[in-house]
Design a protein around this ligand. Sequence first.
Ligand SMILES: *Cc1c(COP(=O)(O)O)cnc(C)c1O
Length: 344
Amino acid sequence: MQAKIAYEIADIPDDFNKLDATELPYTFPESLQSELAKQLAQSPINRYPNPAKSGLQNQLRQVFTILKSAHIALGNGSDELIQFLTLLVAQPNATVLALNPSFVMYQHNAELFGLNFVSVPLNIDFTLNLAAALDAIAQHKPALIFIAYPNNPTGVPFAREDVQAIIDVATGIVVIDEAYGAFSADSFLSQAGQPEHLVVMRTLSKIGFAGLRLGYAIGSECVMRELAKILPPYNMNWLSLTAAKFALQHYDWIEEHINILLAERERLSHEISQLVGVTVYPSQANFITVKFPDVDNVFNQLKKNKILIKKLHGSHPALKQCLRLTIGTPEQNNQMLAIIKQTV
Ligand SMILES: *Cc1c(COP(=O)(O)O)cnc(C)c1O
């Protein structure tokens, strides 16, 4: 444990443009805010929370295509579900497998619970190396595989057939982490629970509600029943259950803003890719990963102009000279773009 470092939460002044954490840059308009306030005021916080009674799971089924036979587990953010899914397979000599570079919490939790962790390097262009993944699965027989689809921190989509091939050969649980699923052209959501070992995980964090801490995992009855045995009985709270249901009842508002970001993602990707010596990786998420000739210069100039983005350089050899730019509002993006153009 002493070798580990706690996840660092950026602490920045209020007047900064916060484009480091893949959050949605929009909040509900005042009319929806006051409607939500009323519902929150009426939520029965004198009682222990009951997710089944909150109607959130039903609301998820209304908005998304989810198999009738599948069960939905709720977590305090999908981070908590990653933790409990890992704990679920925590046996001596069990192995967790993930791709690399990918979301850091997969490895973090595997090591936290004393499991073996195997990472399969991505190709140089951040696509999935299927042969390497299949070899590693055959060799290590992982009890749990995490695949972020689309991947973070690269944004690059994997070929659906490759992910399906991994699901087909895996004997353990396969978690497709679709934290950015709402921004992606493809999804495994409607297949969650079929086959039985396929779990799809999503979150409200990247679509406007990171502060609610609301993640969910969808899977077969048999896997979700096992997960339910180790989830704390009252891990969710009435306020976020109420707010999450309300948010999903206004999914048209969410979708409208996702569409703005998608158009902005294409615009930013195109503009930045015109700059000499710069590589923009194709993204299916609400951020773009970019390799610059001089990453520190770009990062510092942005910071000087009160724009915080995520420096990936230094976190992994494959991410040398890379920054992750969260897509902001058109105005924020214009500011970011102007500074990048001056700097590169
Ligand atoms: C942000 C993120 C999460 C965590 O989401 P929360 O629901 O906020 O805990 C999980 N997986 C990936 C790939 C992410 O980028």
